[in-house]
Structures are given as structure tokens and as C-alpha cells.
Ligand binder design. Structure first.
Ligand code: CUA
Length: 327
């Protein structure tokens, strides 16, 4: 069983918080299965060739001169140096082409279509209807129904990024002026980590996202909740937070159901329901919300949002509480 081997290999590597939720060696989806199979076939092929080369090297070093003479003969050089690589590499190449063709074949129509646009440095996520209309927008938080085919429509209008959720599918570049598509289908509900896989500037390493595969009913409930406008502040404290928000943040951020309609930054209509802030950099809680608003340039230097360190402590707390209330 190659997956047993993969677990053994992985256990021998330095442990990391991302192991398991961000690993090609732990496939959790239809397309990732194929990618992992291909990886193991390539690895086995390379290992066999490596063992063969070592055997020839051992013969050359330790066997009597007659053997060495045979290794130096024209027939052996042509067969092992040209013939064998052509046969082996061609076989692996056609196997890889076959797998790639299998992965790109559309198959069943997707149950959900999600447009993901790479921003610097976060992910704008739009759920689409069958006519490419936008059902709702969110950021850095992608949810899909488990067991159903999903299509990602991948875009960028700045630099090249690359969309990669190793447990679910291969990586696909997001190229300005071009739309790429990627299919994925998770076997079971679960949480997986995605990461930008193409260097895209200062904060490339802090450009993560989460994909949550959910049971069908949970997914329907989530999309229904996301399509609703933001809930109205229930008390004076949250109302004050909303007022501060409208003064400081509404030019760049949208909160559906309010006058805030900026499109430069992430849509914050349901920001309180997301698992992380700043594209996977911070856990989402009231403390990190306040910290991010006051010190975003300290946490993620060069990002498009200035540090709002001129806000009063009271204003900062009020905005953070209001953000947290937007479930
Ligand atoms: Cu976006 Cu690297």
C-alpha cells in the first residue's frame, strides 16, 4: 500500500502544523488520488533507475577489468545510455500525459462553481450561479460540499499566483488576462489548507486559505447564511462600532445591507464567521481583529490596508466587536 509507505516517510520528516491538512502525500479527494498515484509511480521509477546506476557503478569499481571492459563497450553504452532512458522516460511521460488528460476531462457537471481571484495577498472568493452571476462574495474561506464535483474558476488581475490545495487537487496558476479552471472533489467532510504556490511579492508566504468540505445539508445552510445581508447591530456598543467602521473602513470594504460598498478589500459581510484573518495569518477572534486593524502593516508589511493606529482604543474595540458580530 503506497499510502502506508507515504505515512511512514512523512512520519520521519520534521513534524509541522500543516502536515496532514496540507500534504500531497495524504490525498483526500478524487483528483489528489491521481496526483499521488502519479507521484509514487514516478518515485518508484526513479528509485529503480537509481538502484540500477548504483549497481553499474559497483561493478565498475569492484569487479575485475574484464567486467569494466564490458561496461565500456559500444553496445552497452548505446543500450544503457540511450536506449533505456528513451524507453523509460517515454513510458513515464505518456503515463503522466494520460493522468493529466484524465484529470482535465470534465466528467459530471460541477455541483458548485467558485470563482477565486488572487489579490495581493489574499483570495477573493465568489460563488457563481449557472449563468456566472455572483451569488455572494467572501474571502480566504472556501467551503465545498463533500462528495460532489466542484469547479474553481481561477483569475488574477495583478501578478501570477498559483492556487494549490494539495490534499484535494494539483496546483493551477492564476494568470492575468487568462481564466484557468480546476476540478476538485473531496471524499469526506474535512478541513484542508491551501497556499499560494507562485512567488507573487513580499507577502507571498502569507497568502493562505482554508477549504472546508462539508456534508451537503451543512453546505446548503452555510450558503444560505452567506447570501443574507449583514445582521443589524443589536445594541448601542455594536452600533457605535458600525459608525466607526463607516468612517474608517467603508471606502475599501463592502458589508452587504449597509452603505459600505468598497471593493478594494475583502467583503466583510460575514467576516465573523470566517476561520482566519488576513489570508490564514491570524486566528479570527476579537483580539486579533483589533490587532490587525491597528497594525496590519506590522503583521503583513506592504499589504494594501494601512495600519489604523490613529483610532482611539474605544473606537478600535468598537469596530472589532462589530466585526466579530458579523456572523
Ligand atoms: Cu500569491 Cu504567491
Amino acid at each position: 500500500m503506497p499510502y502506508r509507505v507515504s505515512i511512514a516517510v512523512f512520519a520521519a520528516l520534521p513534524s509541522s502544523a500543516a502536515a496532514g491538512v496540507q500534504s500531497v502525500l495524504d490525498p483526500k479527494g478524487l483528483h489528489a488520488d491521481r496526483v499521488a498515484d502519479m507521484g509514487w509511480v514516478m518515485f518508484a521509477g526513479a528509485a529503480l533507475i537509481f538502484i540500477g546506476v548504483l549497481a553499474v557503478l559497483a561493478v565498475a569499481l569492484y569487479q575485475p577489468p574484464g567486467w569494466r571492459g564490458r561496461l565500456g563497450s559500444r553496445g552497452f553504452v548505446v543500450a544503457a545510455g540511450i536506449g533505456l532512458p528513451i524507453v523509460v522516460l517515454s513510458a513515464l511521460l505518456f503515463y503522466a500525459f494520460g493522468t493529466a488528460a484524465q484529470l482535465s476531462r470534465a466528467g459530471m457537471p460541477p455541483a458548485v462553481r467558485i470563482e477565486v481571484s488572487a489579490e495581493m495577498w489574499w483570495w477573493r472568493v465568489r460563488y457563481l450561479d449557472s449563468e456566472d452571476g455572483v451569488l455572494f462574495e467572501t474571502a480566504n474561506d472556501i467551503r465545498i460540499p463533500a462528495g460532489q464535483p466542484v469547479e474553481f474558476v481561477l483569475k488574477s488581475d495583478n501578478v501570477i499566483h498559483s492556487f494549490w490545495v494539495p490534499n484535494l487537487a494539483g496546483k493551477v496558476d492564476m494568470v492575468p488576462g487568462h481564466v484557468n479552471r480546476l476540478r476538485a472533489q473531496a471524499h469526506e467532510p474535512g478541513r484542508f489548507r491551501g497556499q499560494c504556490a507562485e512567488y507573487c511579492g513580499a507577502q507571498h508566504a502569507k497568502m493562505m486559505f482554508e477549504v472546508q468540505a462539508m456534508a451537503a445539508a451543512d453546505f446548503q445552510a452555510w450558503t444560505a447564511a452567506q447570501r443574507l445581508p449583514a445582521r443589524e447591530p443589536g445594541d448601542a456598543r455594536l452600533l457605535a462600532g458600525k459608525r466607526y467602521f463607516m468612517r474608517a473602513c467603508a471606502q475599501c470594504h463592502t458589508i452587504r445591507g449597509t452603505a459600505a460598498a468598497g471593493v478594494q478589500g475583502p467583503d466583510l459581510t460575514h467576516v465573523g464567521s470566517r476561520s482566519s484573518l488576513a489570508a490564514g495569518v491570524l486566528d479570527n477572534n476579537i483580539g486579533s481583529l483589533a490587532g490587525w486593524i491597528a497594525g496590519s502593516q506590522h503583521i503583513k508589511p506592504g499589504n494594501a490596508m494601512p495600519s489604523f493606529n490613529q483610532l482611539s482604543g474605544e473606537g478600535l474595540r468598537a469596530i472589532a466587536q462589530y466585526m466579530e458580530s458579523l456572523q
